[in-house]
Design a protein around this ligand. Structure first.
Ligand SMILES: Cc1ncc(COP(=O)(O)O)c(C=O)c1O
Length: 369
């Protein structure tokens, strides 16, 4: 039987392509965004304990009560806000599901959404200004039509490492109020932020919070990207709509992982150490590549560093990334794939969520280019 494709232009994502190429060529894989080090052993022990205690059946649709309680305590400590764990927090199967539910709840056929290019996923974009990847809020407002319902933001930002600051949040707030827009705020890298900068969650701003779905991922914070557990925080009326989608999408999220996270996250040391932990890796990578012809772009957050390779080659970023993997044994991501129109600034993305030894091995190769 042959199905008529609903998505004829969609192939495998660049992450799948580059990780496979890295495997095929035995290359050091700095392409896909995941750590090559273990998640905390105590967290793994908690999963085993939860399973042995018999937490192996369907949990409540919105997530287990202890995890929603732990999340609200962490939000209070991080952002000084009160959140209702029953009416405002939904545990989901990764931020990917978290974003899907929010987009599906917020927009109807014919509505428009604004997102920024480059972006983790793309459609009808506003271009972030290269090379700082700053947002031009006047351009954002120019793009708004009577049909615009939604703006999707992401800070710290994948792939650029740029962050939104208080002035950005102010500008966003004014625009969203003026045009009565819903906001989806992808905050999966909330704790991976550098140089003393503070993460500007939409939840800190009452005027934004009342119209926002804020989406988080435990995978990024606890070095466990394969667990696919995250959560969404939104006001009660928005959460009610959100849960209607969630219950027919995945319905629930892996029970023992929820118990393990609820217990482990009570100790805040892990996430409070994260900025210094990843900043040290970013700075290590910079030092290791100081003698190379790769030019690092500013990186204020996430575990991704962009490099301008134009002093090495004039070839397109896709070709460069492929050749680097095949011929030199280091896999990276071409940044053009994050643009709807494949804009190519001769920039590649390197994931530095790796052991320093891995970064050193890759840097030794890259310095010879
Ligand atoms: C910006 C951004 N949002 C969402 C996700 C997806 O998170 P999860 O693995 O929890 O689904 C990622 C993963 O790379 C990401 O970089």
């Amino acid at each position: 039987m042959k199905l008529e494709s609903k998505l004829p232009d969609i192939g495998a994502t660049i992450f799948t392509v580059m990780s496979k190429l890295a495997n095929d060529h035995g290359a050091i894989n700095l392409s896909q965004g995941f750590p090559d080090f273990a998640c905390p052993a105590a967290l793994v022990d908690e999963v085993t304990r939860a399973m042995r205690e018999g937490h192996n059946q369907y949990p409540p649709m919105a997530g287990i009560e202890p995890l929603r309680q732990s999340i609200t305590r962490k939000l209070r400590a991080s952002y000084g806000i009160e959140v209702d764990p029953d009416a405002e927090v939904t545990v989901v199967s990764g931020a990917t599901e978290g974003l899907y539910n929010a987009i599906t709840a917020a927009i109807r056929p014919g509505d428009e959404a604004i997102i920024f290019d480059p972006a983790y996923d793309s459609y009808d974009p506003v271009i972030l200004r290269f090379p700082e990847y700053a947002t031009d809020w006047n351009e954002v407002e120019d793009r708004i039509s009577p049909r615009t319902r939604l703006i999707i933001i992401n800070s710290p930002h994948n792939p650029s490492g740029a962050i939104l600051r208080a002035s950005d949040m102010q500008a966003l707030s004014e625009i969203a109020n003026r045009h009565d827009l819903c906001i989806i705020s992808d905050e999966v890298y909330e704790h991976i932020i550098f140089d003393g900068e503070e993460h500007q969650s939409v939840l800190r701003y009452p005027a934004l919070r009342e119209r926002s779905f804020a989406v988080f991922s435990f995978g990024k914070t606890y070095h466990a990207t394969g667990w696919k557990v995250g959560y969404c925080v939104a006001p009660p009326a928005l959460t009610a709509e959100y849960r209607k989608i969630h219950q027919f999408n995945t319905f629930t999220t892996c029970t023992p992982m929820q118990y393990a996270l609820a217990r482990f996250m009570e100790n805040s040391a892990h996430h409070l150490d994260l900025p210094a932990f990843y900043q040290a890796k970013r700075d290590h990578l910079h030092r290791a590549l100081q003698e190379s012809r790769l030019r690092p772009l500013p990186c204020s957050g996430t575990y991704f560093q962009l490099f301008d390779y134009s002093a090495i080659s004039r070839e397109g970023d896709y070709e460069f990334a492929q050749r680097l993997t095949r011929e030199h044994g280091v896999a990276v991501i071409p940044v053009s794939v994050f643009y709807g129109d494949r804009t190519d600034h001769k920039v590649v993305r390197v994931c530095f969520a790796k052991h320093e030894a891995t970064l050193d091995r890759a840097a030794a190769i890259l310095c010879r280019l």
